[in-house]
Design a binder for this molecule. Structure first.
Ligand SMILES: NC(=O)C1=CN([C@@H]2O[C@H](COP(=O)(O)OP(=O)(O)OC[C@H]3O[C@@H](n4cnc5c(N)ncnc54)[C@H](OP(=O)(O)O)[C@@H]3O)[C@@H](O)[C@H]2O)C=CC1
Ligand SMILES: O=C(O)C1=N[C@H](C(=O)O)C[C@H](O)C1
Length: 246
């Protein structure tokens, strides 16, 4: 399978390029970064494009891929409902093309989200703390947003009331961002890569579910699994977990 990488000189993109080069049955045919033409994908006959670029760049890249019949595996963050709807509209005109958008490709993070969903109905309180390197441009992280949305849905389904919080006076930001009623806190510090805690609380106990990506190689096996599977999943898929049956 012929693979092109967008954001090829970036922190994750460069790890993905190495992963593709070392993988059986995959051929790295295009490496595109700022200043390069995205047309290099079509010129090289790429069948799948992997995007780890920037929230401001990813939609333009995906429009190009879909129009040129190139499947896409997307790690770049910044996807809200409106962007996902736009992708679905573009894909309706290209029914054979598959696009996978995954907020996190590491297996540990996917399981952390799954465990959080399992635990959510059993605890009165839940908050999320995401911790990242200070070069990250978006907050909260895509993973934290997705976790909060999934946890909120699990709580709703279980008929839980809103998370208790007696705060009536606070400094701006002191209680974090509100994502579907779940508080999400962001930490940025040199030395960190990508980390998240889901803190659940009930009478007399807390449960903390924590995941740490200590190296960006943690994302590569999931990306390669996405690359191998995306052509068999036409249309839009959100989250690698659907491909893994989780
Ligand atoms: N889903 C997941 O598992 C993960 C997702 N991410 C997400 O992936 C994205 C990239 O992260 P990271 O690698 O750390 O960031 P980096 O800034 O290290 O890499 C992004 C690269 O993309 C380049 N770039 C920007 N715009 C374009 C464009 N239009 N075409 C081609 N290349 C472009 C950047 O160039 P320049 O520096 O010159 O702007 C840079 O080289 C972020 O949104 C991040 O949140 C990160 C880790 C895991
Ligand atoms: O920017 C990063 O580094 C990461 N971005 C993704 C996110 O926003 O969730 C995935 C991971 O947390 C690393």
């Amino acid at each position: 399978m012929r693979v092109g990488v967008l954001g090829a000189r970036g922190k994750v993109g460069s790890a993905v390029c190495r992963g593709v080069e070392e993988a059986d049955g995959l051929e790295l045919v295009a490496q595109v970064d700022v200043g390069d033409s995205i047309g290099a994908l079509d010129a090289a006959g790429a069948q799948v494009a992997v995007d780890f670029t920037h929230p401001d760049a990813v939609m333009g890249n995906l429009q190009h891929c879909i129009e040129h019949g190139i499947h896409a595996v997307v790690g770049t963050t910044g996807f809200d409902d409106e962007r996902l709807q736009t992708l679905r509209r573009w894909l309706a005109d290209a029914p054979h093309v598959g696009v996978l958008v995954a907020p996190n490709f590491s297996i540990g993070a996917i399981l952390m989200m799954r465990f959080a969903v399992l635990a959510a109905p059993h605890f009165e309180s839940v908050e999320i703390v995401e911790l990242h390197h200070p070069d990250k441009v978006d907050a909260p992280s895509g993973t934290a947003r997705r976790t909060a949305q999934l946890v909120a849905a699990a709580r709703r389904e279980a008929g839980l009331p809103p998370v208790p919080d007696a705060t009536t006076t606070s400094l701006d930001g002191a209680r974090g961002a509100d994502v579907d009623g779940i508080r999400v806190h962001g930490v940025r510090a040199r030395g960190l890569v990508a980390h998240q805690e889901v803190l659940l609380g009930g009478p007399g106990e807390t449960l903390t579910i924590r995941h740490d990506s200590l190296d960006r190689v943690s994302f590569v096996p999931g990306v390669l699994a996405g690359v191998r599977a995306v052509a068999g999943h036409p249309g839009l898929t959100v989250g690698l977990e659907s491909y893994l049956g989780l």
